[in-house]
Design a protein around this ligand. Structure first.
Ligand code: PLP
Length: 432
């Protein structure tokens, strides 16, 4: 039978009666690409299965966490065992120290680590800490970088190299947004200018060391080192938001790939193995300000939850103990990008392809993409046509030009070959 989403359409309509826009996180609604989002019934390995009995090769992986693939047997078994011991105690467990130790061994700059429940919570808490430590108030972020939905970082930049924050959403007060300065990604002279003007007031610079929320954009040669140098010079803290890149571009994250030591790091996604987790950590002298060791308050009823810790421990253990896993992930991701590129060229399309480890992105433009402005030059109409043609062929890519793609250990060579073949059909559709 031809591809259809009849049951999903019905489910989406019903959901909208109870949930704003029918979803619990906006991009799931397919607003950017149009059409109906498939409602997912279950997932296993590299596949998603929807309620209309369609199946998809999944390159979203729940937006990053599912690096081992869905319902990995070891994770499922560990969770089944853990759940029978109770789901939350609100008291210390051995599991929390085990996961913190695994994270610390992988990312040595995180000398002390606090577990929270999401990436948003991690970046929100880390800013409070940075302000407290430096006794300064301003934060610098980069245009097109996303760090979660709390007020200080939900800030859009205006035009120009640097702009004092303008709220990106109704409800964010000017007072809060005004403390955030936005600068173009990969533009060190813009950052230098901001520091020469506000340097003594800047508590921290927060950056995605590889950007994944304007599509995937790599830092240019020497850029992160320059950011490190300037923050050090002015006594501001450098925060790497590795919620997406941690355990994704490499086991030890982007900081290991680029050889930069931030003062503080935020994690999420993979360290929760598909359950809700975030974490922040860094230099001991800074982290010791966190309550109850120090005066900076931060807490959570479900923080360090035993199920989430169990999924995280099992995932990180498998990732660290499977020989060649990251090399294989990178190789598969390269093969996928090269294959799609070749299909595109057959139909006369020159696109931008970016890849690092198990993370990738493609932009529908023949011009280099290095910041949000250049990312926005992509042909969104072409992307949308491509996206829907892939979906019909059973390939689930992120439903937006401005999101990254994720490979998992469960993707087989056959999955990749099928995806490349589907992309040929999709490019043909774009060319029509
Ligand atoms: N930081 C980065 C780099 C992210 O990609 C995300 C989410 O995609 C977040 C923070 C927010 O994490 P969460 O959605 O878990 O709150």
């Amino acid at each position: 039978m031809a591809f259809h989403l009849n049951k999903s359409t019905e489910a989406f309509n019903e959901a909208k009666q109870y949930i704003p826009g029918g979803v619990n996180s906006p991009v799931r609604s397919f607003r950017g690409v149009g059409g109906t989002p498939p409602f997912i019934a279950r997932a296993a390995g590299s596949r998603l299965y929807d309620i209309d009995s369609n199946q998809y090769i999944d390159y979203v992986g729940s937006w990053g966490p599912m690096i081992l693939g869905h319902a990995h047997p070891a994770v499922v078994e560990a969770l089944a065992q853990a759940v029978s011991n109770g789901t939350s105690y609100g008291a210390p467990t051995l599991l929390e120290t085990t996961l913190a130790k695994l994270v610390q061994q992988a990312v040595p700059s995180m000398e002390l680590i606090r577990m929270v429940n999401s990436g948003t919570e991690a970046t929100m808490s880390v800013l409070r800490l940075a302000r407290a430590y430096t006794k300064r108030s301003k934060i610098v972020k980069f245009i097109g970088c996303y760090h979660g939905h709390h007020d200080s970082l939900l800030v859009k930049a205006g035009s120009g190299a640097a702009t004092l924050g303008v709220p990106d959403s109704p409800g964010v007060s000017d007072a809060v947004a005004g403390g955030t300065i936005s600068v173009n990604y990969n533009d060190i002279s813009a950052l230098t200018e901001v520091f020469s003007q506000y340097g003594e007031e800047i508590a921290a610079v927060i950056i995605e060391p590889v950007a994944g929320n304007m599509g995937m954009v790599l830092p240019q040669e020497g850029y992160l080192a320059a950011v490190r140098e300037i923050t050090q010079r002015y006594g501001s803290l450098l925060i790497f938001d590795e919620v997406m890149t941690g355990f994704r571009v490499a086991y030890s994250g982007a900081q290991s790939v680029f050889g930069i030591k931030p003062d503080l790091t935020c994690l999420g996604k993979i360290i929760g193995g598909g359950l809700p987790v975030g974490a922040y950590g860094g230099r001991q002298d800074i982290m010791e300000l966190i309550s109850p060791a120090g005066p900076v308050y931060q807490a959570g009823t479900l923080s360090g939850n035993p199920l989430a810790m169990t999924a995280g421990i099992t995932t990180l253990t498998l990732l660290s103990q499977t020989p060649g896993l990251y090399e294989k992930l990178a190789e598969k991701t390269k093969t996928l990008c090269a294959g799609i590129r070749a299909q595109g060229e057959k139909y006369g399309f020159t696109l931008q392809y970016h890849q690092l480890g198990a993370m990738f992105g493609m932009f529908f433009t023949d011009q280099p993409v290095y910041d949000y402005e250049s990312a926005k030059q992509s042909d969104i109409g072409a992307f949308n046509t491509f996206f829907h043609a892939m979906l019909e062929q059973g390939v689930y890519m992120a439903p937006s030009q401005f999101e990254a793609g994720f490979m998992s250990a469960a993707h087989s060579e056959e999955d990749i070959a099928a995806t490349i073949a589907a992309s040929g059909y999709a490019f043909a559709k774009v060319a029509e």
